[in-house]
Design a protein around this ligand. Structure first.
Ligand code: SIN
Length: 316
């Protein structure tokens, strides 16, 4: 930046909350324990997002359940977490870092979600992200692929308090599905959607050993990282085009450079979350990607995130 250039305003937005920057961690790697969450709070991550919690603590699926791949990872973690009460108990200490705290909730039933959402509605959490898209629990299909159950869940969960809530959605692959889900979601007072969770139930094989890469579910697991960036971008764009402005769209999937974050911004994301890159690089990824994004916006003459948001051009 030369002396006459003004710094780019990199603030992101989730519902009523303005973030100090455009990026924060996704619910996924390195956000399970209090130590990991405090470390996130002290990093350049704009918020502190917890691992999706369940009613009871969970050890998660059998190992190996995460494998790094040339362009990302396959994982079937199975929601290892400390149980929601542990996150409730540590919340006052997480809040001391001075950033918004986002609690990710992934109940195994509507009753579980009701209990946990009610409890966090009465807490000092800033936002709740309810996970309708974990592909890794045997016998529990992803809620976000079932419109009827999504409606039933929202009918209850949206009545439990005033704190802003959002939904973590699975990736959709058909225009009819974008239309149907967006039609449904806009009937509810949700503040944001997060697009996308990993692409569920993929299979990666090691041809040398003729074996699936991960143990759970016979090798089926969620694909993450670069592989899924075009899917994440498409979902952000599709939901931004269909949802009212009162619902922010948060992007996640394959963001490891400022350019990746910029592409999500063009698609209409109000903020982005980092998962696989954070797993591989640690908290330094937040400063690096933020710096790269700032430099890119500056070079392109954008003064702020808001100016570039949704500015994707198409060829028609
Ligand atoms: C997991 O813990 O299995 C990943 C969480 C998710 O995909 O929502």
């Amino acid at each position: 930046m030369n002396a006459t250039q003004r710094p780019v305003d990199l603030r992101g937005q989730i519902g009523p909350i303005t973030l100090s920057s455009y990026l924060f961690n996704a619910s996924g790697p390195r956000c399970t324990t209090e130590q990991e969450l405090i470390k996130l709070g002290r990093s350049r991550s704009a918020a502190v997002m917890t691992k999706s919690c369940t009613l009871a603590p969970r050890a998660g699926n059998a190992e190996p359940r995460y494998r790094a791949l040339p362009l990302g990872a396959i994982q079937s973690m199975g929601l290892p977490n400390l149980g929601y009460q542990a996150y409730l108990e540590m919340l006052p200490r997480l809040k001391q870092v001075g950033k918004p705290v986002v609690i990710s909730i992934s109940g195994l039933s509507l009753a579980d979600n009701t209990t946990m959402v009610s409890a966090f509605m009465a807490s000092s959490a800033d936002l709740l992200e309810i996970n309708f898209s974990c592909p890794n629990i045997e016998g529990k299909p992803q809620l976000g692929y079932d419109l009827t159950q999504t409606r039933q869940a929202l009918d209850t969960l949206c009545t439990l308090g005033d704190k802003p809530i959002g939904l973590k959605l699975p990736p959709y692959f058909d225009m009819a599905h974008f239309d149907a889900m967006a039609d449904l979601l806009q009937q509810y007072p949700i503040a944001f959607v997060t697009c996308v969770n990993s692409v569920g139930n993929t299979l990666v094989i090691d041809p040398e050993t003729e074996t699936a890469m991960i143990r759970p579910k016979g090798g089926f697991g969620g694909l993450c990282g670069d592989y899924i960036k075009p899917i994440g971008l498409a979902n952000v764009r599709a939901f931004r085009q269909r949802l009212p402005q009162r619902i922010d769209v948060i992007g996640v999937g394959g963001i490891k450079t400022g350019t990746d974050a910029f592409e999500y911004l063009l698609a209409g994301a109000s903020a982005v979350q980092i998962a696989t890159c954070y797993e591989e690089e640690g908290t330094s990824c937040f400063d690096r990607i933020e710096r790269e994004l700032g430099q890119l916006l500056q070079r392109k003459g954008y003064a702020s995130i808001a100016q570039a948001k949704g500015q994707l051009k198409t060829l028609d």
